[in-house]
Design a protein around this ligand. Structure first.
Ligand code: PEP
Ligand code: MN
Length: 329
């Protein structure tokens, strides 16, 4: 059950009543008002208080992520707004490899119209024998590239022990597919107060993804963007199956913006463009795209990173699709 309080109203009387009912509760601040989540519903159903403007019995297991109490959230990442009319493109290499390469890619993607830079310093790799990322050194590189280009950075944090340090460099923290149900990490990125790009685990239902988002929201951090990046199915022609239907469903259930990463499900360059176009046509608020100046030399995801030339072509076509569906790029 959600209780949305009047602007400026104190929550103490309501919370006293909830405590008396023996229900569990949490409260967070949202745009100058307190929102109290209390559960289970049956213990708090009959509670009312003069401080409450809106009381919502949410029928889904996720509460704060639900659209039942809030139409839309726009997540602002250092001035870049995600969830408005403009589709935000974050582009850059899979991994941060060296400063010259990241600088070259960042300048090129900015010129082509990207408004954020992606790039992993801490890499989640299936095999421990492959490139694991530069770690803190990679963050320093991202910082210098940001200073030079002005592009806000989205980069992955793999471990609770690194949240503070990564949050010191990143404008947006990425929680990768493999950590999407690492609940301790979700709480920690929530507490950091930084905007979060939450990827969907390849085994997860949309409901499970929204419940993962709920862990971040419960820390009072509403700056969450959900990212479809492909799920495991029986299909072997692609690396993962990009679940456009799931993305559209997620968007209908939540006020949070939704993003799509067409690079990881594609697994090969030729498929990235059609998947990106499809995602924008279907309503994605943000795209995360891997681009490399020399993909064949890249230290990770060689097959799927777009060349700069491919990316420029993609941006041109994306603009047409965005306009066709009432958005802009
Ligand atoms: C990435 O975007 O760098 C990444 C590792 O993606 P995912 O977690 O979706 O595999
Ligand atoms: Mn990658």
């Amino acid at each position: 059950m959600l209780f949305v309080l009047r602007k400026g109203a104190s929550s103490s009387a309501l919370i006293e009543k909830i405590k008396m009912s023996s229900a569990s509760y949490r409260h967070i601040d949202v745009d100058g008002r307190v929102v109290v989540v209390a559960w289970p519903d049956k213990l708090v159903e009959s509670i009312s208080d003069g401080s409450v403007e809106l009381k919502v019995k949410v029928s889904t297991p996720y509460q704060l992520a639900s659209r039942a109490w809030r139409e839309r959230t726009i997540v602002s990442v250092n001035g870049v707004e995600i969830g408005g009319k403009r589709v935000v493109v974050a582009a850059g290499p899979c991994s941060v490899e060296d400063e010259d390469t990241v600088m070259e890619i960042a300048r090129a993607v900015k010129r082509a119209g990207a408004t954020m830079l992606r790039g992993g310093a801490f890499k989640p790799r299936t095999s421990p024998y492959t490139f694991q990322g530069l770690g803190a050194r990679g963050l320093e590189i991202l910082k210098r590239v940001k200073e030079a280009t002005g592009l806000p950075i989205v980069t992955e944090v793999l471990d609770t022990r690194d949240v503070l340090v990564v949050a010191g460099y990143a404008d947006m923290l990425q929680v990768g597919a493999r950590n999407a149900q690492n609940f301790v990490l979700l709480k920690e990125v929530g507490r950091s107060g930084k905007p979060v790009l939450l990827k969907r685990g390849m085994w997860m239902t949309v409901e499970e993804l929204l419940l993962s988002a709920e862990y971040i929201l419960l820390e009072g951090n509403l700056n969450v963007v959900l990212c479809e990046r492909g799920i495991r199915t029986f299909e072997k022609g692609t690396r993962f199956t990009m679940d456009i239907g799931g993305m559209v469903h997620a968007k209908s259930q939540t006020h949070l913006p939704v993003a799509a990463d067409p690079s990881h499900p594609a697994g090969k360059r030729e498929l990235v463009e059609p998947l990106a176009l499809a995602a924008v046509a279907a309503g994605a608020d943000m795209l995360l795209i891997e681009v490399h100046s020399r993909p064949e030399k890249a230290l990770s995801d060689t097959e799927q990173q777009l060349t700069i030339e491919d990316f420029e072509k993609l941006m041109h076509r994306l603009r047409l699709v965005a306009e066709a569906v009432g958005r802009e790029l």
